[in-house]
Every structure is written in structure tokens, then in C-alpha cells.
Design a protein around this ligand. Structure first.
Ligand code: HEM
Length: 333
């Protein structure tokens, strides 16, 4: 199975290459870190951590990338760049699946989260599983559905709460929460579980009217925090569908996690699925604990990321090492 430092003889530079290339990309474009963290979740949840999410469609095989839950995934080009650097130093040795989990670990650290060790030796799948992608959780899921989806992959309620702390970082498109702001659950009202001022802030960020969107992005006072950063990406030319905002609208840093859970306690979860964590006795208890103890969250997040990174891995003779993460190497496809 997986080993500590699997590439110590075959490619001793591999970890350094992944880390340094990712940091180089991050220095120019910090959105790469949350994008890769999300990618590893979408890879590991669907038939295990086998880099199947990176495969492009061919005439013979559909792609997970084309399914609805994966349509807003990013960073494929950044993964390609890291892979080409690896191929330069050790051709055909380091799998895309290992690249992804190691890069996700580095991404967590870059986002202010904890370091955790990842064992290596994963092989890549020679198949994509678009049909299984539909088992990925939806932003509209209620708590029992979310708990059931994560339980199907071996995660407890507590671990589900911990994993969702990943929503401390990154961007979210308005389309994933807009219904909560106006017509929630078939009514003409906003979601009652959302703090009304927060709903107003999100409406101003996502408003279709371009002038208003522009003024809201230029007015940090619309933010409920004292942070000077704008909650939006600030482009007034985007449509409501394309418009997005930072999930850590109150600012990033060593607080990875804590503001997410504190926000949930104040009715400021952005997606319905996030806010639902306060709707169950056990999950709400963990939300409260993490909101007040960031070290506990970081310790648990490290452990749950190690677990996520080891789901259903292919090792030994199973699977292959792709030379291009977008295409199977050994194949007839
Ligand atoms: C109930 C489970 C989950 C649902 C429904 C969900 C859904 C979403 C959605 C809809 C977005 C916004 C994407 C966009 O607007 O482009 C998002 C972003 C994100 N998710 Fe999740 N997610 C879940 C769990 C997780 C987990 C377990 C992780 C990682 C361990 C994760 C990491 C992220 C990250 C880092 C982002 C920001 C991505 C970026 O900025 O590019 N999510 N998620």
C-alpha cells in the first residue's frame, strides 16, 4: 500500500519539484491553492484518489470534468505545469494521483491551514467515472443527505464537519447560493436560517444590475467585517451567473477554519449545505467547538485530509503512471 517517501530512490526531488512549482504559480495567482484543494476532494470522493478527475474526454470515454458537479473545477493547467516539471526530472515515475494529494497538502499550508504528512505510491486510473461524479454532494443538500453522502465514503458526522472547514478559503459563484437570497424553498422569502444583514451583503455582491454590482465591489463597507478587502472579485461586466465572491470574505491567514465556523454560528454560512451543519445536534456541537478552538480544528483537519487522501487508492500493479495527467498512458482509448 502507500509508503512514507515512496519516491526516495526513484525520484528524490519529486516533493521539492511539486512544492516549488506550486509556490511559483501561487506567487502569481493565489487562487491556485483553493482550486487544488477542491480538486483533490472531487478526485478522491469519486472512485478514490486515482487522478480520474484529471482525464479529458475522448471519443471512447466520457470525462468527470464534464459533469455538473465538476463544471466549476479549475487549476487543470496548473497541474499540467507541475506534471511537466516532474517529467523533466523523472520521466514516467511520479503519478498524477500523488502529485494531486501532495499539491493539495501544500495548498492547505499556503491557505493558512495545517501541515500533514501524506504517504505516496498511488497509481493513476486508466478510466474516468463521470457517472459516479453525480454522487458528489450538492450545495443544496440538507444535513441528513450530506451526512449520508459522506458516510458512504467512510466519514463520520464529525469528520464531515471538519472537512467542510475547507470552505474557509477560495471563491464561490453566486449561482450556488442565489436562491437562498430571494426565493428559498419555493417561497418568496430568503432562507430564514441566514442572517438578514449577511443576506443583504450577498445580494449586493450578486445583484444582476451591473451598476449596483460595481458600487458594491467598490464599497468595502458592504462587508460585515472590518477587513479592507472587497468581498467580490470586482468585475462589473460579469453576469449574475458568473459573478463570484471570496468564501473567506473576512480575510485569510492563520485563522483558517475559525471564521468559517464562527460565521456558521451567526447564520453567515454561504451555501445551504454549510449552514445546515448547525441544524443537527452533533454537527452543531462540533461547529461550536471548532469556532472556539482553532488548534483542535487544525489537528482534526490534518487527520481528515490524510484520510481523504487515502480513499480507495490504486497501488502496486493496479493502475499506471500517466505521463500526461489528461490522458491514459497504457491504453487503447
Ligand atoms: C457538502 C460537501 C461540499 C459541497 C456541496 C461543496 C460545494 C462547493 C461549491 C459549490 C463550491 C463553489 C465552486 C465555485 O463557485 O466555483 C465549492 C468551493 C470549494 N470547495 Fe467545496 N464542497 C463541499 C465539500 C468540500 C470539501 C470536503 C473540500 C475539501 C476538503 C472542499 C473544498 C472547496 C474549496 C477549497 C473551494 C474553493 C474553490 C476555489 O476557490 O476554486 N469542498 N465547494
Amino acid at each position: 500500500s502507500l509508503e512514507y517517501d515512496y519516491y526516495r530512490e526513484s525520484c528524490p526531488q519529486s516533493l521539492h519539484v511539486i512544492r516549488s512549482t506550486l509556490r511559483r504559480i501561487y506567487d502569481r495567482n493565489s487562487t491556485v491553492a483553493p482550486a487544488i484543494l477542491r480538486l483533490v476532494f472531487h478526485d478522491c470522493f469519486v472512485q478514490g484518489c486515482d487522478a480520474s478527475v484529471l482525464l479529458d474526454r475522448t471519443v471512447f470515454m466520457g470525462s468527470e470534468k464534464d459533469t455538473l458537479p465538476n463544471q466549476s473545477l479549475k487549476a487543470f493547467d496548473h497541474i499540467d505545469l507541475i506534471k511537466s516539471e516532474l517529467e523533466n526530472v523523472c520521466p514516467g515515475v511520479v503519478s498524477c494521483a500523488d502529485l494531486l494529494v501532495v499539491a493539495a497538502r501544500e495548498s492547505v499550508v499556503l491557505a493558512g491551514g495545517p501541515y500533514y504528512p501524506v504517504h505516496t505510491g498511488r497509481k493513476d486510473s486508466d478510466h474516468s467515472y463521470p457517472e459516479i461524479s453525480y454522487e458528489l454532494p450538492s450545495p443544496l443538500d440538507d444535513l441528513p443527505t450530506t451526512i449520508a453522502r459522506f458516510a458512504s465514503r467512510g466519514f463520520t458526522e464529525k469528520e464531515t464537519v471538519t472537512l467542510l472547514g475547507a470552505h474557509s478559503t477560495g471563491m464561490i459563484h453566486c449561482k450556488f447560493f442565489e436562491r437562498r437570497l430571494y426565493k428559498f424553498g419555493g417561497t418568496d422569502q430568503p432562507d430564514p436560517s441566514m442572517d438578514p444583514e449577511f443576506a443583504e451583503l450577498l445580494r449586493s455582491v450578486c445583484n444582476n444590475n451591473q451598476t449596483q454590482a460595481h458600487s458594491s465591489s467598490a464599497a468595502p463597507s458592504a462587508s460585515p467585517s472590518a477587513s479592507p478587502s472587497s468581498p467580490t472579485t470586482g468585475s462589473s461586466s460579469k453576469t449574475g451567473e458568473e459573478r463570484s465572491m471570496k468564501m473567506d470574505y473576512e480575510g485569510r491567514g492563520s485563522s483558517f477554519g475559525i471564521l468559517y465556523y464562527q460565521g456558521l454560528l451567526q447564520g453567515k454560512g454561504i451555501m445551504f449545505v454549510d449552514q445546515q451543519l448547525t441544524a443537527g445536534e452533533e454537527t452543531a456541537n462540533w461547529v461550536r467547538q471548532y469556532a472556539s478552538d482553532v488548534s483542535m480544528f487544525h489537528r482534526d483537519f490534518a487527520q481528515v485530509m490524510m484520510k481523504l487522501s487515502s480513499i480507495q487508492v490504486l497501488t502496486g500493479q493496479n493502475g499506471e503512471v500517466r505521463t500526461n495527467c489528461r490522458e491514459v498512458t497504457s491504453s487503447l482509448w
